[in-house]
Design a protein around this ligand. Structure first.
Ligand code: ADP
Length: 605
């Protein structure tokens, strides 16, 4: 079934599309653009995933800090509870209470749990005396100085050397602490102070800290309004915190590749930094030069204060496999693109190769056709010339036969006999032509026998024979007597020399000086060169090649057929030899025939 024209057209379009080199390049560019796009998307996806992961870790951290602070608040509430449950809380009771909470074990980071009593100026002395009486003879509210209201740290457990530094300290005298105390007093809720340096700090390993306060009101008094709360305030259950101790261990296992900075403010700045998880002096937040690639800022409100947590990823945060994903996409993509390019290119190359082979075959075919046309022309020319050459003697004899016929009718036999000679000559010429043509067709036949020929015998006999013919004519024939052997067919080789000699005798005449024909030879490396020279009219240069063609004649005597030299050349070539001539017009002609030496011929055969 024939394919539909539409289908084959479509197929052709598709085929040529894939066979063009420009297609390969276009597809390469297009696929590279796609790869770049894929890389871009992959890169963004990875980036987004990493950012999201950091964000969730940030939320985890916020939750952890909040949970801790709530737990501490609960501890302080239980301290309040202790005061509310008893009429009076003694130092020992407080000590036992705090010991039971086991803060070291359950509430890491908490510095202690204390109680600070509000002391009006008129009761200051009495208060100091009471505490001194408990066995602390040097007890004084500190710092010294007259103020309109005092607070005094009465209990602070565990009562170790560090906490003893805070014993009797008036936190109300210091603005940051006082602000938190007043807030706790007025709201009735837990309040966290701003960033302070605790009085417990020595010179070593100084850390920032803060305090968490819960207000203690007089039992049974109303605390519904700020005024009522202020009126019934007794003191504060509180906890001091050293920030490093509090934060240590707050990052969970597996969070080693992130870090954070904690600020005691809604708007982070070096002045409000509370904690830097990195033990370096540098803060990354807000520093353009140090800005981490992945970061997150969270706010928390604890105890009435807003803290900012700046969490960021350290270099190891994103795994190398994660980071290499976009690169894998890019490199894999480029690899596929280039492969595709070369495949299409090789298709188009192969097509070109096929085309050039086809072109070669076509031009070869054209050459053959031309050759065929040429030989066809030659054949036509040949047939034309042969028929022409045959026709003229035929016409001649036909004409004379007619005349003879007329003469015979009239009884003029003498005249008729005369004309008959003309018919005989014309017929001889036709016969010669036919003979020559037959000879030409025979000369190259491969089944001819070849053997080593003694040229002294072959040419010697020819010369002897011709010498007889030449007697009385003004022609001298000189035959050399030392010819080398050649390998060939005797009658064909004889024909070569016969033709050349008869031509020399026919056309090489020199009536002035007398004709002189000589035959000789010369042995060369691989061939034997024979020559036959005359001192006749010579042959013009332009005919030196032509003369070996069929029907080429230089004189118009009508004697020759113009086939002899064609036969001679064919015979020479049949023996693997070559023939050429040297001549100057008016100075004679020399024909050369070169045959391969016997050894050379036997190598070939
Ligand atoms: P033909 O049968 O006419 O002799 P050839 O092929 O043998 O045909 O020779 C072709 C022509 O070459 C001759 O007609 C003659 O004009 C020329 N020719 C051949 N041999 C010689 C020669 N030795 N000197 C001058 N002309 C020659």
């Amino acid at each position: 079934m024939k394919p539909s024209p539409k289908g084959s057209l479509k197929q052709n379009i598709v085929e040529t599309f894939f066979q063009k080199q420009t297609t390969a390049w276009s597809i390469l560019i297009f696929s590279l653009v796609l790869t770049a796009l894929a890389w871009y998307i992959a890169d963004h996806a990875v980036e987004k995933r990493i950012s999201e992961r950091l964000h969730f870790q940030s939320l985890d951290l916020v939750t952890a800090i909040k949970k801790r602070m709530l737990e501490y608040e609960m501890v302080l509430h239980s301290g309040i509870g202790l005061f509310k449950a008893s009429s009076e809380v003694t130092r020992d009771e407080w000590k036992t209470f705090v010991e039971n909470i086991e803060i070291q074990k359950f509430f890491p980071g908490i510095q202690g749990i204390g109680f600070s009593l509000m002391v009006p100026p008129d009761q200051k002395e009495k208060h100091e005396k009471e505490i001194q009486a408990e066995g602390f003879p040097h007890f004084k509210i500190n710092p010294k100085g007259e103020r309109d209201m005092y607070s005094s740290i009465v209990f602070l457990e565990p009562f170790d050397w560090r906490n003893q530094r805070a014993f009797g300290y008036d936190m109300y005298s210091q603005a940051t602490r006082r602000a938190a105390m007043e807030r706790a007093r007025d709201t009735g809720e837990a309040a966290i102070s701003g960033r302070v340096t605790l009085v417990q700090e020595t010179d070593k390993d100084v850390q920032y800290g803060f305090l968490l306060y819960l207000p203690l009101y007089q039992k049974g008094k109303p605390v519904n309004s700020v005024k009522e709360r202020r009126a019934s305030l007794i003191g504060f259950v509180y906890s001091p915190f050293r920030i490093k101790d509090l934060m240590s261990g707050i990052l969970l296992a597996g969070q080693g590749d992130i870090s954070f900075e904690l600020y005691d403010s809604n708007s982070p700045s070096p002045k409000t930094v509370l904690y830097n998880h990195e033990n370096t002096g540098r803060l990354l937040y807000g520093d353009k030069n140090l800005k981490p690639r992945y970061d997150d800022l969270q706010k928390i409100t604890i105890g009435g204060r807003v803290w900012s947590i700046y969490l960021y990823a350290k270099p190891g945060f994103s795994s190398s496999s994660e980071k290499s994903q976009p690169l894998i996409v890019a490199f894999g993509g480029i690899l596929v693109d280039v492969l595709l390019f070369f495949i299409i290119l090789s298709i188009s190359r192969r097509k070109k190769l096929a085309e050039s082979i086809a072109n070669e075959m076509t031009s070869e075919l054209q050459e053959k056709t031309q050759e065929l046309a040429r030989s066809n022309d030659q054949l036509e020319q040949f047939v034309y010339t042969v028929s022409h050459d045959l026709k003229s003697p035929l016409v001649t004899s036909m004409g004379f036969i007619g005349i003879i016929n007329d003469l015979a009718r009239k009884g003029e036999y003498e005249k008729a006999l005369e004309k008959l000679d003309k018919v005989v000559v014309a017929n001889q010429r036709m016969g010669q032509l036919i003979n020559d043509l037959l000879e030409l067709s025979r000369v190259g036949r491969v089944d001819l026998e070849k053997k080593t020929l003694d040229m002294n015998v072959l040419i010697g006999n020819l010369c002897k024979e011709k010498e007889k013919e030449l007697k009385g004519k003004n022609i001298t024939l000189i035959c050399e007597e030392n010819f080398p052997d050649i390998y060939g067919n005797g009658s064909r080789v004889l024909q070569i020399f016969e033709n050349l000699l008869s031509n020399a005798m026919k056309y090489g005449k020199n009536s002035k000086e007398g004709s002189k024909i000589s035959i000789g030879s010369e042995e060369k490396k691989n061939e034997v060169v024979f020559y036959m020279s005359d001192n006749g009219i010579g042959i013009a240069k332009e005919f030196h090649e032509k003369i070996f063609g069929l029907f080429q004649r230089l004189d118009n005597s009508g004697e020759g057929t113009g086939i002899g030299l064609a036969i001679t050349k064919k015979a020479v070539e049949f023996h693997g030899g070559r023939i050429w001539l040297e001549s100057k017009q008016g100075e004679g002609t020399t024909f050369y025939v070169a045959f391969p030496t016997v050894e050379k011929s036997n190598e070939v055969h």
